[in-house]
Each structure stands twice: as structure tokens, then as C-alpha cells.
Design a protein around this ligand. Sequence first.
Ligand code: CP
Length: 325
Amino acid sequence: MIATRLAPHVNLQGRNFLDLAELDPTEFHALLRLARELKGDASVATRSLLRGRTLAMLFEKPSLRTRVSFEVAVTSLGGQALFASGSEMLVGTRESPEDAARVLSRYVDAVVVRTHEHEPLERFAAAASVPVINGLSALYHPCQAFADVLTMEERFGSVEGLRVVYLGDARNNVATSLAQAVVLLGGSMRFAAPLSHRPSEATLERLAELGASTGGRARAFTDPVRALRGADVVYTDVWTSMGEEHLHERNAAMLLPYAVTERSFAYTAPHAVFMHCLPAHRGQEVAPAVIDGARSLVFDQAENRLHAQRALLVALITDGKGTLL
Ligand code: CP
């Protein structure tokens, strides 16, 4: 056992992290507490928490933040990362996701996977005997949402009761995971999007179920002004997700009324902040004056990817206080 000063916050030892809906609110609060604690902790014991442990990272798609923050996270805890992408990326290409998962489980202690489709990731995780983390799939981006709500808590103290508005393509993975995180913590999520880009009824129903015990709720609006009234957080993402570049012109025309500009903030609470998962396209989904202005938290969010993922690795690979699997 490696002793640390960490309190026994959360034990997700051996679990996967594919979708935030797999967490209950108590577990999510505990993960957030652990992230806050690790953010301020550079002790020798913490730097050894994952000593001798290896994280494999399999990426089908490009990444700056997710790749580098996971590599720095595992290294800062005493472990090491192995990265494979493109033709080396094994999930569902050279062999089945199941075979790749069984082989990697014999070599490493956890795996981060970034895929185009969600289904191969589910199959990979079901066959793996080590924790599997979703580093972004077609449906979800849970690591991003974890860092996002950590950032909101730092600014506002709590997500409970916050009004978070997401403008743009409200069907995408970032919007879905953000909404899950907000309702799990008792916040109010508003999507502002044209009918063509609003979340499905199934997604809205699932969000209602997730918020049933926390008071969290989610609603979809077509009128951006109605959605923005009284908002505490204004969030957007690129209008065209990776792999959908051929749809960019169509999306840009439909989503133009949902661009975040200085004018958008006329309808929000006076203290409202701007958030974006990055990378951003200035002059499209967000005006330069907003993303580069005093209200913008985008670089705090990017930094918090590191702190959230350190907590995630400790929670999945140890018992949350330093006892390794
Ligand atoms: N926000 C995010 O996931 O960034 P990357 O695609 O660079 O990892």
C-alpha cells in the first residue's frame, strides 16, 4: 500500500468511465472533492500514487488537451502513459474490440480510448478487465464535462441551482455530457438550438431521470434570448464536430443566430461567465471579444482537465486513498 494524506473520498476502483450517467450524485461530488484536493497537493506521497502503473491511450481522432492532460496526469502521479493513434489504434480495425481489450488488460492498468463511434468503445470496455475511460466518443465526452463542472464550482461554489445555457449544436457529445454533469449536481441546463440541432426526446427524458433526485433539470429552447435570460454560464462548442466537416456550411447557416457575442450577455445574469471546451473558431460560434474577454473561463477549463483526470485515475486505479488494485 502507498500511504497518502488523501481522505478516503471515493472508491470507483475497477470501474469504467464511459458516460457520466453511470455515476450517482454522491460519487460525482466525491470525485469533485478529490480533484480539488489533488489540485492543491504536490506532496511526495501523491506523486507516487500510481507508481509502476501504466495508462494506455488509444486515439482514433486528433487531440491536444485530452492527450496531453492524461499524459501529464499519470506522470505526475508516478505512472507512465503509452500512446497509440491512427493505424496503430486497435479498436475494431486490426482485430475485434474484445480481443484488443483482453490483450491490453494483460499489459496495462487502465485505458483511455477516443473513438469515432460509441459502440466499439462499449464492446472494448465490456471485455477489458482494467478500467476504461472514454476520451471522447460520438455520444459523450465525460472527461470534459467533469473538468467543466469543477471549473463552475471554483467560480460559483456549487453547481446546484446554476443556470447553464448551451448554444449551438445541442446534440453533440460535449453538450450531452455537460447536461448530464449539470443535472447530476442539481443545476438547470438549457439548450438553445434550432429544431434540427436540439437534443432528442430520449436524451431529454434521460436527463429528467438523472435530475430526479437532485432537482436538476434540462430544457430545450429554439429562441436563444429566452434561453439566455438570467444565465450564470454561457457555453458553446464548434458548430461542426470532428468527422462532419462536409456539413460545415449547412451548420454555419443554421447556427448563426446561436453564436455567442457580447450582445448575448445583455440577457444573462451580470456575473455570467463564458465557457468552451476548445478548440474554438473565433468569429463563428463565439466572438473574439467574448472568448478573449474578462468573462471567459476557457483556459481554467483546459487546466482543469488535468486536475479532474488526476482524480479520475486515482479513483479508478486505487481505492481513492492510495491503495492500488
Ligand atoms: N476539448 C478537448 O477534448 O480537446 P482535444 O480534442 O484537444 O482533446
